[in-house]
Design a protein around this ligand. Structure first.
Ligand code: NAD
Length: 268
C-alpha cells in the first residue's frame, strides 16, 4: 500500500535502522517508511539486491531511502554512518539499534573472539550510535531511540553467554539513556522479541536439526515449544508496528521500558 506522505505520522522525520537488510530490521524500516519517515538502511548483503530494496521502499512509500554498508563492530564506521545519514536525510530523528549476531557454545568452549564480536555488535554499537546522534536530537528537542534487545535481555538460556550478557547490557543502557533524556522530547526504549523466524533463528533451527538428527520442521516446533507458550513466531511486521508506535506522540511518556513481544516467553 502506498502511504499518503502528507498525512503520515512520521512525515518529514528520518530514521537510521541498523541491520536492516534482512529480518527484524527490515520489518522496522518498512513500518517506519509506511508512516512517512525517510530511512537509512544498513547491513550486509548482495549490493544489487540492496539497491533494489532501497528503490522498492522509496517508490512504495514515497520517502527517501539511503544505505550505509557500515560494519557496526567498528565505532568509527558507526560515526561515519550517522554523519552520512545526517547529510543524506537531513538529520537523524529516529535511531533503531537493531543489528545483532548470535553465537552458541558452552561457556568454557566459547571462543574469546566470538565473545568480543557479540559484545561489540550487540551492545557497544548501541552506545556509539546513541552517542553520535544525541547532540542533534537535543538541538531539535525531539528524538526516538529504540534498541532491539531480546527476551535474553530479561532471562538467560544455556550456551548463549555473550548474547545474554550483551542484551542485559542493552536494557541497562536503555534505562541510562532514558534518564539522561527524561526532561526532553527524546525517548529511549527497548523491544524484547522472543523467537522471530529470521536467518539468525533459522541457523539455530538447522543446528538443532543436525545435532538431534531430526527434520527441520520438528526442530522448529521443538524450539518454539521449549520457550514460547504461544507456539507461534513473532513477526518482523509486529516488531515494526511496535517500533512505529514508540515513535508516535502517544508514546512520549514511555521511557526506559523493555517491551516483550514474545508469545508469553517471560511470563513463565
Ligand atoms: P538477521 O540475521 O536476520 O539480521 C541481522 C541484520 O544485521 C542483517 O541486516 C545483517 O546484515 C546485519 N548485521 C549483522 N552484523 C552486522 C554488522 N557487524 N554491521 C552491520 N550490520 C550487521 O537477524 P534478526 O533475527 O533480524 O535480528 C535482528 C535483531 O533482533 C538482533 O539484534 C537480534 O539479536 C534481535 N533478536 C532477534 C530475535 C529472533 O528471534 N530473530 C529474537 C530476539 C532478538
Amino acid at each position: 500500500m502506498t502511504s499518503d506522505a502528507s498525512r503520515a505520522a512520521l512525515a518529514g522525520k528520518s530514521a537510521l535502522v541498523t541491520g536492516s537488510t534482512s529480518g527484524i530490521g527490515l520489518g522496522i524500516a518498512r513500518a517506519l517508511a509506511a508512516e512517512g519517515s525517510n530511512v537509512m538502511l544498513n547491513g550486509f548483503g548482495d549490493a544489487r539486491q540492496i539497491e533494489r530494496l532501497c528503490a522498492e521502499l522509496a517508490a512504495e512509500h514515497r520517502v527517501s531511502v539511503a544505505f550505509s554498508p557500515a560494519d557496526i563492530a567498528h565505532p568509527a564506521q558507526i560515526r561515519d554512518m550517522v554523519a552520512a545519514a545526517t547529510r543524506e536525510l537531513d538529520g537523524v530523528d529516529i535511531l533503531v539499534n537493531n543489528a545483532g549476531i548470535q553465537h552458541t557454545a558452552p561457556l568454557e568452549e566459547f571462543p574469546d573472539e566470538r565473545w568480543e564480536a557479540v559484545i561489540a555488535i550487540n551492545l557497544s554499537s548501541n552506545f556509539h550510535a546513541v552517542k553520535a546522534v544525541l547532540p542533534q536530537m537535543k538541538r531539535r528537542n525531539w528524538g526516538r531511540i529504540i534498541n532491539i534487545a531480546s527476551t535474553h535481555g530479561l532471562v538467560a538460556s544455556v550456551h548463549k553467554a555473550a548474547y545474554v550478557a550483551a542484551k542485559h547490557g542493552v536494557l541497562g543502557l536503555t534505562k541510562a539513556v532514558a534518564l539522561e533524556t527524561a526532561t526532553s522530547g527524546i525517548t529511549c526504549n527497548a523491544i524484547c522479541p522472543g523467537w522471530v523466524l529470521t536467518p539468525l533463528v533459522q541457523k539455530q533451527i538447522d543446528e538443532r536439526a543436525a545435532r538431534e538428527r531430526i527434520a527441520p520442521e520438528r526442530a522448529r516446533s521443538e524450539l518454539l515449544a521449549e520457550k514460547q507458550p504461544s507456539r507461534e513466531f513473532a513477526t518482523p511486521e509486529e516488531i515494526g508496528a511496535l517500533a512505529a508506535f514508540l515513535c508516535s506522540q502517544a508514546a512520549a511518556q514511555i521511557r526506559g521500558a523493555a517491551l516483550p513481544v514474545d508469545g508469553g516467553w517471560v511470563a513463565q
